[in-house]
Each structure stands twice: as C-alpha cells, then as structure tokens.
Design a protein around this ligand. Sequence first.
Ligand code: AHR
Length: 509
Amino acid sequence: MKNNSTLLFILLCFLSLNISAQSKLTLQPDSAQTKISKEIYGHFAEHLGHCIYGGIFVGEDSDIPNIHGYREDVMGALKDMHIPLLRWPGGCFADTYHWKDGIGPRQKRPSIVNVNWGGVTEDNSFGTHEFLNFCELIDAEPYININVGSGTVQEASEWVEYVTSSNVSPMTDLRKQNGREKPWDVKFWGIGNENWGCGGNMTPEYYSDLYNRFATFCRGDLYRIAGGPNIDDYNWMEVVMKKTSRYHLAQGVSLHYYTFTTGWTDKGSATDFGEKEWFKILNNTLRMEELIDKHSAIMDKYDPEKKIGLIVDEWGDWFNVEEGTNPGFLYQQNTLRDALVAGINLNIFNNHADRVKMANIAQMVNVLQSVILTKGNKMVLTPTYFVFKMYAVHQDAELIPINLECNDYVVDGKKLPAISASASKKDGVLSITLCNLNPNKAESLDIDLSDMSFSATSGQIVTGENMNDYNDFDQDEKINLQNFEVKKPKNGKLSLELPSKSVALIQLK
Ligand code: AHR
C-alpha cells in the first residue's frame, strides 16, 4: 500500500511537471477595440556622436553613395524596416539648439559647440530642411523637439510657423527664400526634453507653467508633447498632468526609461556578459510594464477618456561605450540580448496601446540601441533592426487582447515569465509576436485561437547560437530574419516550440 501511494505521488509529480511545461496563450478577439498606433514603432535621431553626421548625412561631396547628402544604404534599410516616425534634434541637444542656426546657405551657418556630447563642433549643416526632406524621402512622420531650456517662446512659435504655415508672414517668406515653397506637414512637436535634468533642472511646477506658455504660442492643429518624467518620478507626472490638462494644451506626455545592467556609472558591457547580466537586463526591461501602468493610473485621474497619449520617446539599452570610442558618442554594439529587449518592450507597448500612442527607441544609427551601425562606407544591421522589421506588421493594426499563462525562467532563485507576447489583426491577417526569454530552453506553447478559423500559417524568427552573438563589419551576418516553420492549427489550437532566446512572428490567415 505504502509503495503504491509512493508510486502515485511520483506519477502525480511527473504529470504536474509535464503540465507546467506547457505554456498557454489565449486570444480575446471579441474584446478588440484599440488600434496600435504605428508611431509606437518610432525612432530617435539626435545630434550626438555619429547618429546624424556619418550615420545619416555625409554631404553631397562624400565618396559614400548618397542622395542629396543622405546615405543611400541607410535610407534603403530604414524604408525596408518601414520606419513610421523620427524624432529630432534631441534629446539634451534639443534644449541647446537654436533652429535658425540650421537654415539658409550651409557655408553661412554658424558652427557651435555640442556641449552635451563630446564638446565637438556642430557645423549646423544638417538643419530643419535637411531633417524634413529626409523624412519625406524615407516616408517617416517627423517629430520635432523644441528648445525650452535655453530658447525663447518667440523662437519656438516662429519655428512652428516657418515649418507649418501656408500664410504670408516673415517666417514663411524666409522658408520660401530658403527654397521650400509649400509648408511641411508636421504634426508632432515636443516642448522641451528632460526638463528635470539636462533641459534646465526645473521643478515640475515651474516646467508645467513654462509648458503652458510655450504651448499657447505654438499654434495650429498640432500634437503637442509635454516633457514628462524620468522612470518612476510619479510626482512629475502628477504635477504636469494637473497643471497642463486644465488648458487642454498637451496631446501627449513623454516618459523616458533606459535599461542598464548595473547603474549609471557602470552600465555593463554590450557584448561581454553572461547569464546573470542577460537575466538582469530582461528583468529591468520588464519593468517598463509597471512604469506604464503606474503613470497611466495617474493620467487616468486627469484624463479618464485616455485622450492624452503616453509618449515613451526615449527607451532602450544603455551600455558602456565600445573600447576606443569617444565616451561622449555613446556608441555600443547590439546583440541577441538587445533583440529580446526590443521584442519585449514592443509587446508591452502594443498591449498598452490604449494609452501608449508613440515610442522612440534611442537611437536610430550609431548611438545606444541602434538598428543600424556604420563605419565609413560600411553598414551593419543589428539584431534590433530585424525585430523592428518583423514587428512592422503591428503598425496601425487592431490590438487583440491576450491572456498568457507561462512557465518561469529562473536564475539564482529569481524568476521571470519565460514568454512575452502580443497579437494584432490587420487586413484579415492575425499576427502574434513572441519572445522566449529563457536562453537555455525551448518553450512549448499552445495558442487557443478561439472561434477564429485560418487556412494558412507562416512564421519568422530572430535567434542565434549564443546570447551575445552580434553582427559586425566585414563578417557574415550572425543574426537576421529566418523562416520559422509553423504547423497548421488543429481544432482551434496552434501548438509550437519557441526556441530558446528567440523573438518570433506567427501569422495566420
Ligand atoms: O539618448 C541620449 C540622451 O539620453 C538624450 O539626449 C537625453 O534626453 C537622455 O538623457
């Protein structure tokens, strides 16, 4: 009898182990009611290191193949990735930038010192026209960040007029003199950047008053974005919402959250890491969800109808700079770990698309978690690039709410959910993006498709042999987009094995 009960106990343990090994994703298509703004897939280009100069713009006289000074290879890659939106000129640079320095004949533009980023000379050869024409060429919406920290209200209001007005005025005359007859269609305007720090070290009360003043004089049918909190500064969010919402002058409030390994002074290596650092970064990445939930709860108090967007206009990994590079240029490599960070964050933004209306990974080329790296005339597409390319299917699609029950990924007794997911539907195609955070083990997943019926399936995947694999110059690509074979669903259920350390897209139609 005793032996029998022991056997039964062992059998039950075995069964329960097997059961817990199966993760389950349930889709709730009947509750779909939110569009995933394509702007969630936005990017950010600051006058910092080789993001603009060398990364995007090389000038017409360069040996590097270019169109009007813009790198052809970079433009082609951005279009292929379906970049929907680009933020410019900063960042901290924005609150030192005087836009009139960057218009008119290039040889007459003044050179200034880029005080935030390496103290290098900024010759202003890339200015308003160069930025907006670039956006037209790559088919991305522009998002301009106005100088509040060291600029004037008049300067800000004139910039908006110069760019967007079709009236007759000194500013529109100046624009025409500089070769642009018609206004540009620029909807998104940020008013200040990190005004709690590099943008002026202000209190939230002082900034909010300034915001209302600047926003009043930035006229037109604009989407104005107030400079929001750093990470978990909930008081900043509270004060900004309270003081700006009464005038209805802010259509969005920003949030900045970067992921470090250890802390601000030692941010860890981008490429030289083990499982401890892998776990830490993914754990820190998942914190984005808590930040969005808590900031949204504050926004809900002042804006219950969710008209004001949470704009995560700086996010991504921030590691120590690569050896031998200028510490002020923030140049870092990008591994499979960064692909996971991108996939997880984008799933979180999708799932909160009712409040998150835009997000901008920092930064597009050669700075922090870039999608593209360049060296002279060479270009590398990073693992993060392939995640953005794969996830583009979610842009402007209808979010399908999900319920995910999954195993834990455990390191040193600490655990994380092993899977991250989001789903959407567009033009009759259901797209599910999945990340397996576990670098050691494939995850079995059952997807309950409810009553939806499909006849064709397809899949793509970003994964690699090692967690710190990356793409480098003069080497074959180690990480890119691969086909991922997906079986047909059976009885409303799709079963798959998600390889370890991977980001995948499953599509059904
Ligand atoms: O993206 C680099 C810098 O990080 C930005 O200039 C600033 O806004 C943030 O602190």
